[in-house]
Design a protein around this ligand. Structure first.
Ligand SMILES: NC(=O)c1ccc[n+]([C@@H]2O[C@H](COP(=O)([O-])OP(=O)(O)OC[C@H]3O[C@@H](n4cnc5c(N)ncnc54)[C@H](OP(=O)(O)O)[C@@H]3O)[C@@H](O)[C@H]2O)c1
Length: 250
């Protein structure tokens, strides 16, 4: 039976790679991001991987979440059974430079954005007695680093919230798991657009931080998200899954 996966942050990085993975595996897709242009590009590339699936896009800032628009898009797809919350923002600020607005922004997107869309899908998952939620947190949720307090705290909240969801969803066959990526090369980081020679130096530094001596690629995270989202992990809920080259235990 055809099923649909809803992916936030699908216009870039980890969410984009996740869209390609689920497309290749035959799922219908609802791709959510802010940029219509980027979403359309991802849609085209995902469709090229599988012409038999239906793909819808929804350009929406999660700070202005609109449940009606979400439901209208879902109506065009097969039954949604998986939600991947990958949308996120990141900032590095010293404690005395981290304004309350920055704190609010981190929580508005990284936590409340995911909460709002999860609340919209929860009744559908419950009615169908089937649902799988994969939240994308970060290694900083478990091992915070200096000058990331607002980001790290928002991601720690995501991990904690995911555990609650797992406890609340079990009786309805709703699973909830969280992936904690390490440093992944995506536009989230300033170094993504650095000049080649500068980037080489940054890469060398990041590589040295890992137990596995390579920088993270969005595809590595997408593989784990697919595992946790799909029935491959049918008896897994409440898991905190590190995909980080070992940085978390170094
Ligand atoms: N990259 C890493 O090293 C790393 C490490 C640990 C955790 N993570 C987490 O992984 C997730 C994905 O990050 P990424 O590396 O793939 O970053 P990315 O390439 O910058 O992608 C971020 C995505 O989030 C979307 N987004 C941002 N703010 C939004 C908002 N207000 N409303 C709706 N969508 C919004 C962006 O949409 P538009 O592009 O359309 O604006 C984009 O699709 C994030 O939650 C991030 O915290 C990343």
């Amino acid at each position: 039976m055809q099923e649909a996966v809803v992916i936030t942050g699908a216009s870039s990085g980890i969410g984009e790679a996740t869209a390609y993975k689920f497309a290749s595996e035959g799922f219908d897709l609802l791709l959510i991001g802010r940029s219509t242009e980027k979403l359309e590009k991802v849609k085209t590339q995902a469709q090229a991987r599988n012409i038999n699936i239906k793909i819808e896009t929804l350009a929406m800032d999660l700070k202005d979440f609109d449940a009606t628009k979400l439901q209208a898009k879902l109506a065009k797809l097969s039954k949604p059974t998986i939600l991947v919350n990958s949308a996120g923002v990141y900032t590095q600020n010293k404690p005395d430079d981290t304004s309350l607005d920055i704190w609010k922004d981190m929580f508005e997107v990284n936590l409340f954005g995911s909460v709002k869309i999860t609340q919209s899908l929860w009744p559908i998952f419950k009615a169908n007695q089937k649902g799988s939620i994969v939240n994308v947190a970060s290694t900083t949720a478990l091992k915070p680093t200096p000058n990331t307090s607002a980001y790290s705290a928002s991601k720690a909240a995501v991990v904690n919230w995911t555990t609650c969801l797992a406890q609340e969803g079990g009786e309805f066959n709703i699973r909830a798991n969280v992936v904690c990526p390490g440093i992944v090369e995506t536009p989230l980081h300033n170094f993504y657009n650095a000049k080649a020679n500068e980037k080489d130096k940054i890469h060398a530094g990041i590589t040295d931080m890992q137990l596995l001596k390579k920088i993270g690629r969005p595809e590595y995270i997408a593989e784990s998200i697919f595992f946790l989202g799909s029935e491959q992990s049918t008896w897994t809920t409440g898991a905190v899954h590190n995909v980080d080259g070992g940085i978390n235990i170094k």
